[in-house]
Design a protein. Structure first.
Length: 132
């Protein structure tokens, strides 16, 4: 039997998950990664993307727009800026996020323009992945 780990996903609005998981796929800022039981301690920021939680043969997906993931041997915790079950995420939510990101990019100081442009691009990529 495969080892499991504790997985928690929270956003400012609510706790979306707290369960024993086999693996969690995470959209890290520097690239995708998979957390499993006994993972070495690791902290990463998140980019907009899908968090996929594997429990047996079931995979549950959540859309996140940023935040932090903390991985350890005992479990994985994600503190997301925005987190929504994939089934609840639609074009209206994406449009609001895009509007906010584009406004931030337009008004960003010169030293922050690259980061805000990257966020806009990541949101566009997420929308394409979801068919929105």
């Amino acid at each position: 039997m495969a080892e499991t780990m504790q997985f928690d996903l929270v956003s400012p609005e609510r706790q979306l998950a707290s369960l024993a998981a086999d693996a969690v796929e995470i959209p890290g800022a520097e690239g995708d990664l998979t957390a499993m039981a006994d993972h070495a301690p690791f902290l990463t920021t998140l980019r907009p993307g899908l968090v996929r939680v594997h429990v047996g043969s079931t995979v549950t997906e959540y859309v996140v727009t940023g935040g932090f993931a903390e991985l350890s041997a005992a479990g994985t915790s994600i503190l997301a800026e925005v987190a929504v079950p994939k089934a609840e995420f639609g074009a209206d939510i994406l449009a609001g996020l895009m509007s906010d990101a584009e406004a931030a990019a337009a008004s960003a100081a010169e030293e922050n323009k690259a980061a805000t442009a990257l966020r806009v691009n990541d949101l566009k990529t997420l929308g394409s992945q979801l068919g929105l």
